[in-house]
Write a protein that binds this ligand. Structure first.
Ligand code: SF4
Ligand code: SF4
Length: 345
């Protein structure tokens, strides 16, 4: 595909045109925070945001959705086939979506999730402003090279616009104000990306991400899990805001006729009490310490083992800000383990 540049007016015109013909979701301000929401005007789009409260994952794996309906005789799967454009996805969130794409397209293919991914056109953008707790530079997720249809980088009066798919190419083809990206434009983009690789780092991880699985291999009986367990409220906020958490619960809702109803899935979280409760009442991770340990092991060891080594924490920092007791920061946990156990010892 290709790299071009588009004037800011041209891009606003493109967004207005899309709003007129399809569903457009974009980052908007909400008080002093930012959220993804249905976009009514290009003027409300905020590509200069720092971080959104919830990640864009919610448009692919919805917080609650109907999977199928049944009537006592038969059941029928229900799909959401609406096409939509998602604007403003930061690189770390794009990488999180790429990870869930892998997880939901291998082993047990998740047709509900994958259908929404196919129906989406994703316009990503490089980070223009670091959030309070971001540590994407430490995790190698400050820039992204795949998964999006278009990647924008704000270089002043223009965006450098990289199209990575036919969908992206077609979309840019419709826009006004598109021209060749000159050397100086490409250099300006490179400078922004190189700076983001260094500066999106409010919490500095004391090792390479690739060393985390080995570190955790030696940390299973470390006292930190009990220490954190004593402070944890089991509120599950760290799960709910995380772009890489992908667990859900399935519930049947049966109507009064006791025959028909719906099967739904809703987000679930491994920090919540009851997450591992099974028939007979046994709960595999009853203690809070075990649940916190599990979250960190999922991010730093178990999921990486499933997706080719990529760490399942993209350093968005959302859990750091969401945790009322200030214990969810993965970097603080990893750095304490590094201090106590050491890398490679
Ligand atoms: S663990 Fe925390 S910092 Fe890492 S991806 Fe999840 S919410 Fe973001
Ligand atoms: S946000 Fe903090 S208190 Fe709540 S479950 Fe997560 S670690 Fe525990």
């Amino acid at each position: 595909m290709g790299i071009k540049k588009i004037s800011k007016d041209g891009f606003s015109g493109l967004i207005e045109g899309l709003i007129a013909e399809t569903t457009v979701i974009g980052v908007q301000s909400k008080g002093d925070k930012f959220v993804y929401d249905l976009l009514g005007s290009s003027a409300n789009l905020r590509l200069d945001y720092d971080v959104t409260i919830l990640p864009p994952k919610k448009y692919f794996l919805q917080p609650a959705e109907i999977l199928l309906r049944f009537d006592g005789e038969k059941y029928e799967a229900e799909f959401d086939d609406e096409e939509f454009v998602l604007v403003g996805v930061h690189p770390y969130d794009m990488i999180a979506i790429n990870q869930i794409d892998k997880l939901y397209s291998e082993d047990n293919f998740d047709s509900h999730y994958m259908r929404r991914r196919e129906n989406a056109t994703v316009i990503a953008c490089d980070v223009a402003r670091a959030s309070e707790n971001v540590f994407a530079s430490s995790m190698g997720t400050a820039t992204v090279s795949e998964g999006f249809d278009i990647l924008l980088t704000d270089i002043g009066d223009f965006y450098v616009a990289e199209s990575a798919t036919d969908k992206g190419e077609k979309l840019l083809g419709k826009a006004e104000g598109v021209s060749t990206a000159e050397d100086e434009d490409l250099k300006a983009r490179e400078k922004i990306q190189e700076e983001n690789k260094k500066n999106l780092n409010k919490h500095k991880l004391g090792c390479k991400p690739s060393e985390l699985p080995g570190l955790l291999e030696k940390a299973y009986n470390h006292p930190i899990w009990e220490e954190l367990g004593k402070k944890c409220f089991s509120c599950g906020s760290c799960n709910q805001v995380c772009p890489t958490c992908y667990c859900f619960n399935v519930q049947d809702e049966v109507n009064w006729d006791l025959k028909s109803g719906t099967r739904k899935r809703v987000w679930d979280g491994c920090l919540l009490d009851g997450f591992t409760k099974v028939a007979g009442g046994h709960e595999f991770r009853k203690s809070r310490a075990d649940r916190i340990k599990h979250r960190i092991y999922r991010k730093g060891k178990y999921v990486p083992e499933k997706i080719g080594g990529e760490i399942a924490c993209v350093g968005c920092g959302r859990c750091v800000g969401a945790c009322l007791t200030d214990i969810a920061n993965p970097v603080k946990i990893y750095n304490r383990l590094i201090e106590d156990i050491g890398i490679g010892k």
